[in-house]
Each structure stands twice: as C-alpha cells, then as structure tokens.
Design a binder for this molecule. Sequence first.
Ligand SMILES: [Zn+2]
Length: 200
Amino acid sequence: MAGLGGGDVERLIQLLARLPGLGPRSARRAALSLLRQPEGKLMPLAQAMEAAAKSVRTCSSCGTLDSTDPCSICADGARDHGVVCVVESVGDLWALERAMIHRGVYQVLGGTLSALGGVGPDDLNTAGLFGRIEAGGVREVILALGATVEGATTSHWLQERLAGLGVVVTRVGHGVPMGGALDVLDDGTLAAALTARRPA
Ligand SMILES: [Zn+2]
C-alpha cells in the first residue's frame, strides 16, 4: 500500500493484521502506536517476541506453553498434584489461572473430539494424564470442557476411559460456555463453575 512508509512498515501491519482480534484497521493503529515509541514500545515488544520464540515450548506433562519443561505449574510442589483439571486449550488454562481458583494441576487436550473436524482420540493430548494416573497420586480429574457437542462428546469419552482407574471424575457446573471461551468469563463466573462441579 502506498504512503505507509515503505516495505518494513507495511510488513509490520500485515503481520499484526493476522493476529486474532486485529483487522487491518486495528493493525494500522497498533503499528502506529509502536512506531511512535520505538524505545518504549517497539523494541521491548520485538525483544519479548524473540525471547518467546526461542524459549517457549510445550510441557511434556500437561501440554501447556512455558519456557521450561516441565512447566512452572507441573514443577510447583505447592500445588495439589492429586487434582487434575482437564481443559481444551492453553487459553482455558490461562483463564483459570488468572481467576486463581484451581490449585491443582492441568491437562491441556489441545482440542475436542470432532467427527466433522476429523479429530479423533489419538489427536488429543491425553498421554500425560493417563501417565500421571498410572504413576499414582491422582485423586480427582475435573472435566472442564465445553458445553458444546464436541465438549460433551469428549467428556463422555474421557469418563469411559477413566472408569475403573481409581480416580473420582467430576465436571464443572453446567451451562458455562467453555472450550476456548473460558477467558471471556469473569472470575466470579469461573469460580462458580469450578465450585459447582459434580460427579461426572
Ligand atoms: Zn505442565
């Protein structure tokens, strides 16, 4: 696009416009804000992005993203490793962490079962969960998956897989939209959903 200050600026805008929640218009505003304060905004962001690109990895135990493996949650001895909360996405984990309502650990499935979407059991990240149960010490598995058809299907499938393994399986309160949507909920609603869990 002409008049946008040359190739580098245009490329920055194009890359920003690919981010969720940003269209071309917001991307132009963001780029302008960054470029106006190269020392205060642009360079720190560039450095944080480079650092994240180099260091962030997937936790081999729970599947979340962190700069260490195992992640800081799995490595935290103060958390209750006997209670595992199963979520669809890292975004859901972040929402629960922000609300500070779950003091156990997590399992991030990375999706939900979907016949239409071609997602089968082998595509879900469950190895860490069953590994931890096999190793002993897991008392409760909380299913915090969506109220969607896929979420319900996945919960049901997990429930069957977990039956007979000696763990209590619970589900979060009904009617709460989840599955990648937890982070739009306020902390009070999230807390209520987790507190209102019931036997699956
Ligand atoms: Zn982890």
